[in-house]
Design a protein around this ligand. Structure first.
Ligand code: AMP
Length: 211
């Protein structure tokens, strides 16, 4: 049966990086909601313009759009998937429970102070490959290792939007952790990337053995 994992955590807690490592390890699909939305925004479509306006202000994109998009993506993952950036509020969690079901929820913890520090050094290529100037630098300065494109700062990684996004995380996404409390694995997101990855694998293994 297809496995559906969630990874939750504040901005810059490493959700995208860890989800992509785990997806490879477990041979399931990594679905990044933020990345999907940014792709749509970059397409310049009418829908993309609506999405971009929300993203740039650090607001959530309306549920009717994100729910429809996520379901389409999950349907393309018959072996299962790890969702990064969805659900971000209780309504989205209830939508997921009704349509798909959730096996395990990985929560990465991070202080606001570290989140703000990390966001400042974050860079990505136009195709969504993520880097950090200090913690995960590209081999050649300013250029994506994978496709050679110039790296840039995200339009919502600016102080006003960051503040709003962290506030929304505390107000709307933290209740989602409580909603899934019996399925949650909590991992310290302050640790280096390989250590977080190992801690997740260990916790998943431990959970499987307990069943
Ligand atoms: P992220 O890359 O996960 O930090 O997401 C970037 C932005 O995309 C967020 O600040 C929101 O504007 C939007 N977004 C991502 N995921 C969701 C979601 N599940 N619901 C609504 N908006 C979202």
């Amino acid at each position: 049966m297809a496995k559906h994992l969630l990874i939750l955590g504040p901005q810059a807690s490493g959700k995208g990086t860890q989800a992509s490592m785990l997806a490879q390890e477990l041979n399931i699909r990594h679905i990044g909601m933020g990345e999907r939305l940014r792709e749509e925004a970059a397409s310049g479509s009418r829908l993309g313009r609506v999405i971009k306006a929300h993203i740039d202000k650090g607001e959530l994109v309306p549920d009717e759009l994100t729910c429809k998009m996520i379901l389409r993506e999950i349907e393309r993952a018959p072996r299962g998937c790890i969702l990064d950036g969805f659900p971000r509020n209780i309504e989205q969690a209830e939508f997921l429970d009704k349509n798909v079901g959730v096996d395990t929820v990985i929560v990465l913890t991070l202080s606001d102070k570290t989140a703000i520090e990390r966001i400042g050094g974050r860079r990505e290529c136009p195709k969504g490959h993520d880097y950090h100037l200090k913690y995960n630098p590209p081999k050649r300065q300013g250029v994506c290792d994978i496709d050679g494109l110039p790296l840039q700062q995200r339009s919502d990684d600016i102080p006003a939007a960051i503040k709003k996004r962290l506030q929304l995380y505390h107000e709307q996404t933290e209740p989602v952790i409580e909603h899934y409390r019996s399925k949650v694995i909590t991992i310290d997101g302050e640790a280096p990337i390989p250590d977080v990855h190992l801690a997740i694998l260990k916790a998943l293994h431990h959970k499987k053995e307990r069943r």
